[in-house]
Ligand binder design. Structure first.
Ligand SMILES: *Cc1c(COP(=O)(O)O)cnc(C)c1O
Length: 362
């Protein structure tokens, strides 16, 4: 047998995740200057990290020493920020790592993970990587969760359900009643609050009441640290203990620990940037809704899902790319007529709107 034939069957069949790429890579792909790239495809924070982060990184003396495997200082600071006990917090190299760790912790081969599409693509991807089966329960016309369908889909081997709230890419939040109804089924309910700081609504306080609730957060979006990879979860303590035991010991690198601690000391600055993004979201929504061929969906996050009337979303996406403006297109039947646009700075909105008009009107 050739080595590549010895690869696990599930990886032989795996379809790669379609990730967002670096600014340099995007510029090269379409042949524009790096400075000309308008990157509105990854929901990153265009303002970058707090200036305190850069200062703290420049001063940090221990990059030659392994980072703290127990994440002590970080878990303490995160606990204060999230309003939870330190024993409930575990940090991950992005919330992506926590999604993977949670699935590795709970799935025996063939166990089920409920996915509520359209939603974040890492849930089904990581499920397959971890040897689970994806149980899909599509959202309704308005992208609301089909609660009755979800409850019926819980089988004896269903272990986990992921609920992104606000949901990526639709931008809407799930109400507490829906989340509580799913908690009552007894399976592990992971509420992914990657965009919490943009909407202010959380179920984190419920973690102390439900031993099957996990809340995930990240510093990638609101805090401008996507490149340093830092996420965390609020877990029931018994589950946190297991994750601490099975995670890679040094999963949070020293720079990410330093940057997250510095960010938490500069909340006023970061919240000001969040406010600027929310204000720009309203302007972007208004500008898009003035175009007859665009139908933006209301959003509680830092992006707007937009239906392209006449079904030319892919054509628009490609045309924008050629002009150096990058938005997200999803090549799935349900989202074929949609693009997702991250909210940038005012000048990004201006460049986007000009580019849309150029693509559509020539
Ligand atoms: C961006 C995003 C994440 C990924 O966050 P990282 O911390 O960068 O891994 C997780 N969940 C949702 C819903 C996201 O949109």
């Amino acid at each position: 047998m050739k080595p590549e034939e010895m690869v696990c069957r599930r990886f032989q069949a795996l379809k790669a995740y379609d990730p967002t790429r670096s600014v340099e890579a995007l510029a090269e792909e379409v042949g524009v200057a790096v400075a000309g790239v308008v990157k509105l495809d990854g929901n990153e924070n265009p303002y970058g990290p707090s200036p305190r982060v850069k200062r703290a990184l420049a001063r940090y003396p221990y990059f030659h020493i392994y980072p703290d495997p127990y994440q002590k200082a970080l878990r303490k600071a995160l606990a204060g920020y999230a309003g939870a006990g330190e024993e409930s917090i575990v940090a991950g190299a992005g919330s992506d790592e926590l999604i993977d760790l949670i699935l590795r912790l709970f799935l025996d081969p063939g166990d089920g993970v409920m996915n509520l599409p359209p939603t974040f693509g890492m849930y089904p991807f990581s499920t397959l990587v971890c040897g689970g089966e994806v149980v899909g329960v599509p959202r309704d016309e308005d992208f609301h969760i089909d609660l009755e369908g979800a409850k019926k889909a819980v089988g004896p081997r269903t272990k986990v359900v992921f609920i992104a709230s606000p949901n990526n890419p639709t931008g809407d939040i799930s109400d507490r009643e829906t989340i509580q109804a799913l908690l009552k089924t007894g399976i592990i309910v992971v509420v992914d609050e990657a965009y919490y700081e943009f909407c202010g609504e959380t179920v984190a306080p419920l973690v102390s009441k439900y031993d099957n609730l996990i809340v995930l957060r990240t510093f990638s979006k609101w805090a401008g640290l996507a490149g340093l990879r830092l996420g965390y979860g609020v877990f029931p303590p018994a589950i946190a203990e297991y994750i601490m035991k099975m995670k890679p010991p040094y999963n949070i690198n020293a720079a990410a620990q330093v940057a997250a601690l510095a960010s938490l000391k500069d909340l006023e600055y970061l919240r000001g940037r969040v406010e600027a993004i929310l204000k720009e979201r309203e302007r972007l929504f208004f500008e898009l809704s003035r175009l007859l061929y665009m139908r933006p969906y209301p959003s509680r996050a830092n992006f707007i899902l937009c239906r392209v009337i006449g079904g030319r979303a892919k054509y628009l996406w490609q045309g924008l790319r050629q002009l150096g403006v990058f938005v997200r297109y999803f090549d799935t039947p349900r989202l074929r007529d949609f693009i997702r646009i991250s909210v940038g700075r005012p000048e990004d909105t201006d460049a986007l709107m000009a580019a849309i008009k150029e693509v559509v009107h020539g």
